[in-house]
Design a protein around this ligand. Structure first.
Ligand code: G6P
Ligand code: MG
Length: 217
């Protein structure tokens, strides 16, 4: 059977949250307020625009539309500086193993990410060739928890939503997968991702036996 396996990028394939954190923190500091790790947690799966809106609200700051655009560019330029230094060593544990298993078993493999930098990151870590299709922040109008990104990813690999499985590390992403009628697999903590159908700390806990069950279900 051919099922669709859709991967979120940030926090599932690579840990880019630490780079988002550095860039957002410097931006907040330049505006005269601080930005904490706990706040950074709340930006997982949240688009760049929505992230900046939240940060400005946390800092009780308002800016003109022009300044807002300039801040987005500033943040992304710093973020890309970190991204461009990334390599294969930053791929999260056992991700290539799971991707290769799915590909060897003729499953549909797609990326469903809110990031506009998804292609650049996948190229940096040499994983771009593993994905049949990529749906990212440049292709969608509605952010997670809206299911648009995953529905588009499913369509791009010619799979019905009910035949798709989503790997996600964010609450909004798990909700998007659930709303899309897909099987949601949370990668991270049970406390945070309890809405997911299955939860694992990382891909080392995902066995071939479990993947086969998803395929033949
Ligand atoms: C992912 C990350 C978010 C990030 C968003 C947009 O969902 O988890 O923290 O804000 O992508 O990323 P971008 O690379 O387009 O700024
Ligand atoms: Mg994520």
């Amino acid at each position: 059977k051919r099922k669709g396996f859709i991967f979120d990028l940030d926090g599932v394939i690579v840990d880019t949250a630490k780079y988002h954190f550095l860039a957002w923190k410097n931006l907040a500091n330049s505006l005269g307020f601080d930005f904490t790790e706990a706040q950074n947690e709340q930006l997982k799966g949240v688009s760049r625009v929505d992230s900046l809106n939240k940060i400005l609200a946390w800092g009780n700051t308002t800016v003109s539309e022009e300044k807002f655009q300039a801040l987005m560019t500033l943040k992304n330029d710093e973020y890309l500086g970190y991204i461009d230094k990334m390599g294969d060593s930053e791929i999260l544990v056992d991700v290539p193993k799971v991707l290769d298993f799915l590909i060897a078993n003729n499953q549909g493999v797609s990326l469903g990410s809110a990031s506009k930098n998804a292609r650049r990151i996948l190229e940096k870590v040499n994983l771009i060739s593993k994905f049949e299709t990529i749906v990212d922040g440049n292709d969608v109008t509605k952010a997670k928890p809206d299911p648009e990104v995953f529905l588009n990813a499913a369509a791009s690999i010619h799979c019905n939503p009910e035949d798709c499985v989503v790997f996600e590390d964010s609450v909004a992403g798990v909700q998007a997968a659930n709303t899309a009628n897909m099987i949601s697999i949370g990668i991270g903590s049970k406390d945070v991702l309890h809405e997911a159908d299955y939860i694992f700390n990382d891909f080392s806990e995902i066995s071939e036996h479990f993947l086969n069950e998803l395929i033949y279900k």
